[in-house]
Write a protein that binds this ligand. Structure first.
Ligand SMILES: [Zn+2]
Ligand SMILES: [Zn+2]
Length: 452
């Protein structure tokens, strides 16, 4: 695990630093990011990081400490960025709850530090308390293709989380998700995919239950990770792997995982058949990181394995709830491999699902559905939109393919016992129209998945 927010310079931790770090390591912490609050704590943090290889530093002026913010402070701050252990600017932001500094100077300091982050292509760690609108306004005014942030100790509403994530930034929650009477926060958290989360303790503050009120320590991170796994109904390993990958993306700490041919999330095993696709959906990250739940699914054609490799990795299919053909490409491009693997799964008592764009008949130049009978138990077809023009635009594909997908769906009902159509819930897509089209026109199940 990586504790992305732990203030090692505060006396509560600093006075016992060796023990704090050793305890963290033996509880499964690999790295700690220690954000600063002013120039003095930035320098102290760098000293700590020089001593402990597992510690990295964010330097910055916390909103509480901005009362005397000026250009000289900014110049001094910039000098610290040269240090190899400094990997981010933070924490910066707005705090209208305590208001130790005026709103005006807080906003100036926040904006200037965002500009500094852009200049050095560094991520920012953002603190916010009761300043949602001003904070998002300034961030959105400054954001560009190289500015990304961690909205730490998130306490905004769902709409704010969504805005943050659409800008490809991350959110993190602290021990407060373990407190009773926090349904609001939990309900927001439920709707944020782990791909957009980071782990943090915010030590020495925000101790999780049952340590509430006591000094928080990075070794408590496990409690928060376990809570996230419980809320998202996935495993502890899923949360750790996914958030570690997120840390790699944002802070460039750790390493890119090796590509996976099969990957397990919860108790489902997914088969990464191919990266090749006949469409080029605007929301697809195939050309980006091509990652899911912390797995690296990037697979050039030359690396595509034969069926036997997938079969070996599956082992006993009864150990999984389901074996799903799904990746960043269109599985029916490798129909023979899908059929061979599915046959193995069915012969050994497993359950199969195929995730497809529904263009398999065009791709293979024949009706492939009779061939899938008995091999595929469930098929999920990407509907994307009930509007052919929008469908064509979103997938960057000819409009005729919409009708191809519709015919495939109708035909699938004859051969496969469960047929579901899915859409990605983009703001521009009419969800209710899509649901009605699925249920009334196509007579199949409908599932919307949030675009995060
Ligand atoms: Zn903070
Ligand atoms: Zn903090």
């Amino acid at each position: 695990m990586i504790d992305t927010h732990c203030h090692l310079f505060f006396d509560e931790l600093y006075n016992d630093l060796n023990n704090v770090i050793n305890e963290a390591k033996s509880s499964g912490i690999r790295y700690i990011i220690s954000p600063s609050t002013n120039l003095e704590t930035s320098r102290k943090n760098i000293e700590i990081a020089e001593k402990y290889p597992e510690v990295f530093v964010a330097v910055g002026i916390h909103p509480h400490d901005t009362a005397n913010f000026n250009d000289n402070i900014l110049i001094e701050l910039e000098k610290l960025l040269e240090h190899s252990k400094v990997i981010a600017i933070g924490e910066v932001g707005l705090d209208y709850y305590y208001k130790f500094s005026s709103k005006e100077i807080q906003q100036v300091a926040f904006r200037e530090q965002l500009k500094l982050a852009k200049k050095h292509k560094l991520p920012v760690i953002i603190h916010n308390r009761e300043a949602d609108e001003d904070l998002m306004r300034i961030f959105e005014e400054e954001v560009n293709s190289s500015l990304f942030g961690q909205f730490h100790c998130f306490n905004g509403n769902y709409e704010m989380a969504r805005r943050v994530i659409e800008l490809r930034s991350f959110v993190s929650f602290t021990g407060n998700i373990t407190y009773p009477k926090n349904e609001n926060l939990i309900n927001i958290l439920k709707r944020i995919e782990p791909e957009n989360l980071l782990l943090e303790t915010d030590s020495p503050f925000m101790s999780p239950h049952p340590f509430r009120g006591k000094t928080n320590k990075p070794s408590h991170l496990k409690i928060i990770a376990e809570k996230l796994a419980e809320i998202h109904k996935i495993t502890f390993d899923d949360i750790v792997r996914t958030t570690n990958f997120n840390v790699y993306r944002l802070f460039k700490i750790g390493e890119l995982p090796k590509p996976s041919f099969t990957y397990k999330i919860g108790n489902t095993l997914y088969i990464n058949i191919t990266n090749r696709c006949n469409a080029s959906c605007v929301f697809c990250d195939r050309e980006g990181y091509a990652s899911v739940a912390g797995y690296n699914l990037r697979m050039p054609k030359s690396m595509e394995p034969p069926a036997q490799v997938f079969i070996q990795e599956i082992g006993n299919p009864k150990e999984y709830d389901e074996i799903v053909f799904c990746g960043f490409g269109e599985p029916t491009i490798r129909l023979d491999v899908v059929k061979k693997v599915a046959k193995y799964v069915k012969e050994n008592g497993g359950r199969t699902r195929l995730n497809t764009d529904g263009h398999g008949n065009v791709i293979n130049k024949r009706n492939i559905l009779p061939e899938l009978q008995g091999l595929i138990d469930s098929v999920s077809i990407s509907l994307n939109s009930a509007d052919p023009d929008q469908y064509s635009r979103l997938m960057q594909i000819d409009k005729s393919m919409f009708y191809e997908m519709v015919n495939f769906t109708r035909e699938a009902k004859k051969y496969i016992s469960e047929v579901v159509v899915t859409i990605v819930d983009l703001n521009e897509v009419n969800l209710e129209k899509a649901r009605e089209f699925a249920e009334k026109e196509l007579g199949v199940k409908f599932r919307a998945r949030e675009y995060f």
